[in-house]
Design a protein around this ligand. Sequence first.
Ligand code: SF4
Length: 331
Amino acid sequence: MTIPAYSLLQRQYLPLKQKLLLTKSRIEEWYREHNGDVYVSVSGKDSTVLLDIVRSLYPEVPAVTVDTGLEHPENSRFLKKVNNIIRLKPEMSFKEVISSFGYPVISKMTARKLYTLQNPTKNNALTTNLYQTGMNSKGEYKSGSKLPNKWRYLVDNADNIKFSHKCCDIMKKHPLMQFERENKLKGYVGTMADEGIERRRSYLITGCNPYHGKGYSKPLSFWTNQDILQYIHETGIPISAAYGKVIQNEKGLYETTGEARTGCMFCLFGCHLEKEPNRIQRLEQTYPSLYAYCIRDDEEDRPGPGLGKVMDLIGVPYTCKEMRRREEGRL
Ligand code: SF4
């Protein structure tokens, strides 16, 4: 089943009330297809909304969260209060993932290209060539497949820093897949098509509920961040304190008084696109000891994941001091 792009656009423009009806019907379809053997994967505000909707139909459905050790402390506190929640642990820590495979930087797609180019083998020669030149095996030029020129210097960097796209799979996907296999349950996730190219593509290929139940149900796919915030504002459901409150600004748009997004605290995906103070600079202000840990590299008796050296390499500031000096025109 494929969804035409205009259908996605039409659904994204529906009023929230109609989106809610459509979402509920997708939730019911998935529930029936799997005889009620389902769960909701929860982490931030989007999946908190999803859990609320699923449980308004089926109150017994369990919530599942993966304790990566990278959650915002307020999110961890909030999730502890969710009833009927199962906590999973990844098989590796973040530090083990980055030492074994490399850092998640820029975007999942760019990190994948960097990983392949830094680890060429006989088996990935065609892909390596595609990422290097944009030429596929048929000799056609695919500009989107090439590693953007601006990131080429990262492949052979002087500090030999490695990059990889594997972190999410190891830290989040694998524990959920193992949980599904062992418990014969199928998951709902709160992802939305407007969150990135990969999510949009996935929705256009499968719709909310993948055919024959392979993968996850994504019944909020056609929602936007504004819909999520409106739902929270109108229903008053509790969310993690990291977001603060949901309010409507003078233009009628919904916004949070705290963090807008609360993914993994040390993740560098998309960090280069953020305005200052970026997520790491905000961490410096809110959780200085976590900040100090994530910036430092391994020292004799003080280990650290070394994000500082990576941010230096990709040219992203990570101290508030730098930000202030820039604001004062001294940098
Ligand atoms: S969001 Fe970032 S840090 Fe978190 S698991 Fe995915 S890649 Fe790793």
